[in-house]
Design a protein around this ligand. Structure first.
Ligand code: ATP
Ligand code: MG
Length: 337
């Protein structure tokens, strides 16, 4: 800490980003599915500790949103939240981005520059796409995670910091370790408190609330008041597999808002057609549980959410009404509002 303060007042300092995003975004985490509640519960438990958090999950599932939530719930909330996307920086420059450099440390190092660890001092550093960190840089990262100390490039002076690290990736890190593309010691150090973000297709019960949230958000921005989201559209959205997860849903709603002229949301349903049609998954990687859910949702939709009777979903599925009802309860499937 001492060293940081001394050096900060020493000379010209170039901060790497004009405006590092240190203000927690006001966005909220929407959804009440048990899978999401579990994640929020984990975030709440780990937030007040200084433990490293590793957030894994498919693209667009809300990994960054959860990282910000952990920061907001921690005692560091008034200190910076600094983000570094390891995939967005050429690997040769990543070391200097993380640890900073002194003037003249390498060709082109015209001034002193603080690394993200220094900028995040006292706060949280969010290392996005951690799977992209080159192997040769991994021991240095391990050291700072263990000792909270490092040297700037071109300097032999050790700097101590107090930084909470949250890492995220949509890669299978354990597999990368197995394939020797990621160091096992670093993996174990990062994996102290893993959080898995469930894909949207595994929590379709969150879709109505998310759709409403995005409609209201874009509505405010576009000065538009969309009152109704048709239940058929919600049902189609709940059947769709969402390979791009919540981000894809948000984009679809934004597009739908642009297309809608009246107070009813006009969802471009054709875009949701390459869906997991009832019982026929498109991805080929569905689990049995997902297959079951997709089948039931498809049949419910066909039966117009009628459960009993000769044309009801139970009869179509060849099961007793009560069996279907308990299945719906277990899978937390509810008719969209
Ligand atoms: N539960 C949620 N409630 C509200 N908004 C959400 C939720 N989950 C994700 N979002 C929004 O969806 C978008 C994508 O989320 P985010 O950037 O956190 O995903 P990610 O997992 O980091 O994606 P990537 O792997 O592509 O970086 C963001 O705009 C985020 O605010
Ligand atoms: Mg992200």
């Amino acid at each position: 800490m001492q060293a940081v303060q001394e050096l900060s007042s020493a000379g010209p300092i170039i901060v790497m980003e004009a405006n590092p995003r240190s203000v927690p975004s006001p966005e909220e985490i929407v959804g009440t599915s048990s899978a999401l509640r579990r994640v929020l519960g984990q975030a709440t438990i780990v937030a007040p500790t200084d433990a490293v958090v590793l957030i894994q999950g498919e693209t667009g599932t809300g990994k960054e949103a959860i990282a910000r939530e952990v920061h907001k719930l921690s005692a560091r909330r008034h200190r910076p939240f600094i983000k570094l996307n390891c995939a967005a920086i050429p690997s040769g420059l990543l070391e200097s981005e993380l640890f900073g450099h002194e003037r003249g440390a390498f060709t082109g190092a015209i001034g002193q520059k603080l690394g993200r660890f220094e900028v995040a001092n006292g706060g949280t550093l969010f290392l996005d796409e951690i799977g992209e960190i080159p192997l040769e840089l991994q021991p240095k990262l391990l050291r700072i995670l263990q000792e909270q100390e490092f040297e700037r490039l071109g300097s032999s002076r050790t700097i101590k910091v107090d930084v909470r690290v949250i890492a995220a990736t949509n890669r299978d890190l354990a597999r990368m370790v197995h394939e020797q593309r990621f160091r096992d010691d670093l993996y174990y150090r990062l994996n102290v408190f893993p959080i898995h973000m469930p894909p949207l297709r595994e929590r379709p019960e969150d879709i109505p609330a998310l759709a409403r949230y995005f409609v209201d958000r874009f509505g405010r921005r576009m000065h538009r008041n969309v009152v109704t989201i048709p239940s058929e559209s919600l049902a189609a959205m709940q059947r769709y597999a969402w390979p791009g997860n919540v981000r894809e849903l948000s984009n679809l709603i934004e597009r739908a808002m642009i297309l809608s002229l009246g107070p009813t949301l006009d969802v471009p349903l054709a875009e949701l057609e390459q869906t997991k049609s009832p019982g026929l998954p498109t991805t080929g990687t569905m689990t049995l549980g997902q297959l079951e859910r997709a089948t039931i949702l498809g049949v419910l939709e066909e039966a117009n959410w009628l459960i009993a009777g000769p044309r009801g979903a139970a009869a179509r599925l060849g099961m007793k009404r009560t069996t279907l009802q308990s299945l719906l309860k277990r899978l937390e499937i509810v008719r969209p509002a």
